[in-house]
Design a protein around this ligand. Structure first.
Ligand SMILES: Cc1cc2nc3c(=O)[nH]c(=O)nc-3n(C[C@H](O)[C@H](O)[C@H](O)COP(=O)(O)OP(=O)(O)OC[C@H]3O[C@@H](n4cnc5c(N)ncnc54)[C@H](O)[C@@H]3O)c2cc1C
Length: 389
């Protein structure tokens, strides 16, 4: 054992969850080694919208989302990690959705989270591309931000690399992790290197096969496959901020607190393509003018993970474009690329999968569809909890 291969904390997985654990641990003076099996993360953390939307979270997670906003701003003020503050809008398309946004607005007023109810006219003024007849009102969250999902995590790694407490090893997969005789955690890498630390946090996302497969198999985790599209850059910047539409109002956790939620859901048709494919329509225009449009959701247990397959369904992509075109009148619908991303989620009420093996190995995954929004805040508190125990 030498100082080169010994740390206070080993973090396995360089996605958003692992990287924000690294951020908080190095900030508190801990020596961290972050291990990522790819040359750079290629998982859910780079395949998403980059919408940082605490407005969509339930009452337990919204505080983590709000703290994440502060953390993103704090890092951005020191180093460009692609944060843009242009707010988020939920566009209601009918009376039921309008009722829900009014109810969420009054819930937010009580919790002092700033939101603004906009008339249809205000929405059309801010988003001239909105199709006539779609929107009956909107709920706007001015504090919310977005990041570029393809670059944010790499910039965060560069930012972390400036800390003397941080070391990263890419193209390094951990294939065994256990408490060693000396009371330290020992990680064995694919190259046969041994690394030691007082603790390890496993943030392996939806990779269930490399470490602790039997625990993941016995867990309630579900893998979720999402399809996304990116439209070629439009001539102008036309869709500022995070744009969430009627189907998102009918899907996001925050709206479940609304008094009319159950009645609205009961009025929905039992069968529809959006239900079958778990589609809701969101837009995120990037700084270069390209627009990310998505997404769909297909689910499988850990045991049935392979059933999700590698295909991109043309039917789903066509349906998403058709639905998006009913909402926005864009200059061009030319698709530049499309992809699938997989995250995992737990049914547990905590909203995240955590398991401690022995006293020193902590598995943290299954943050679901809220990782970009809440990991920065959540990891700060979880790290404190495990270090104080
Ligand atoms: C299409 C899509 C859209 C989304 N949109 C949003 C959004 O707009 N806003 C939002 O808040 N969230 C969004 N999400 C959710 C968000 O992307 C995830 O919650 C988040 O990225 C999960 O991060 P993670 O670090 O847990 O997992 P990952 O990003 O999967 O990272 C895990 C990392 O661990 C590495 N790894 C695994 N095992 C090992 C090992 N043994 N050794 C070394 N390395 C290992 C992997 O290579 C990987 O890089 C979206 C997700 C998808 C798929």
């Amino acid at each position: 054992m030498n100082s080169h291969n010994t740390a206070d904390l080993l973090i396995i997985g360089g996605g958003v969850v692992g990287s924000f654990f690294a951020y908080h641990a190095t900030a508190s003076g801990k020596k961290v080694i972050l291990l990522e099996r790819n040359s750079a993360p290629v998982g859910a953390t780079v395949r998403n919208f980059g919408q940082v939307v605490p407005s969509g979270l339930d009452e337990t997670w919204q505080p983590y989302g709000l703290e994440s906003l502060e953390i993103y701003h704090s890092i951005q003020s020191q180093f460009n990690i692609s944060v843009r503050q242009q707010g988020s809008i939920y566009l209601a398309s009918n009376d039921d959705e309008l009722t829900l946004i009014h109810e969420l607005h009054s819930i937010n007023s009580k919790t002092h989270y700033r939101s603004e109810l906009w008339s249809a006219a205000q929405c059309y003024e801010r988003y001239p591309q909105l199709r006539t007849g779609y929107c009956v009102g909107g709920l706007f969250f001015p504090q919310e931000v977005s990041v570029n999902p393809r670059t944010m995590i790499h910039q965060l790694h560069k930012f972390l690399a400036a800390s003397e407490h941080f070391e990263s090893r890419f193209q390094t997969s951990v294939r065994e992790l256990r408490t060693d005789r000396g009371g330290l955690v020992k990680a064995m890498t694919n190259s046969g290197e041994e690394l030691f630390a007082s603790r390890a946090i496993v943030c392996s996302g939806s990779e269930f096969g490399l470490l602790f497969p039997e625990r993941f198999l016995a867990s309630d985790l579900k893998a979720v496959k999402l399809q996304m599209l990116r439209l070629k850059p439009q001539p102008q910047s036309v869709l500022p901020g995070n744009i969430l539409t009627g189907l998102s109002i009918r899907r996001y956790e925050s709206f479940r607190q609304c008094p009319s939620w159950n009645a609205v859901k009961a009025r929905e048709p039992r069968e529809s393509l959006e239900k079958q494919w778990g589609v809701h329509i969101l837009f995120k225009q990037e700084a270069d003018g390209g627009i990310i449009v998505g997404d769909s959701h297909e689910y499988a247990s850990v045991a049935e993970y392979d059933r999700l397959g590698f295909d991109l369904s043309t039917d789903i992509n066509t349906f998403m474009i058709d639905e998006a075109a009913k909402i926005m009148n864009l200059h061009s619908w030319d698709v530049e690329t499309s992809w699938a991303g997989i995250y995992c989620q737990t049914e547990h009420s905590s909203g995240v999968f955590t398991e401690t093996i022995g006293d020193q190995i902590h598995v943290v995954t299954g943050i679901g569809g809220k990782g970009m929004t809440s990991s920065a805040g959540f990891t700060k508190h979880y790290l404190k909890r495990i270090c104080d125990d």
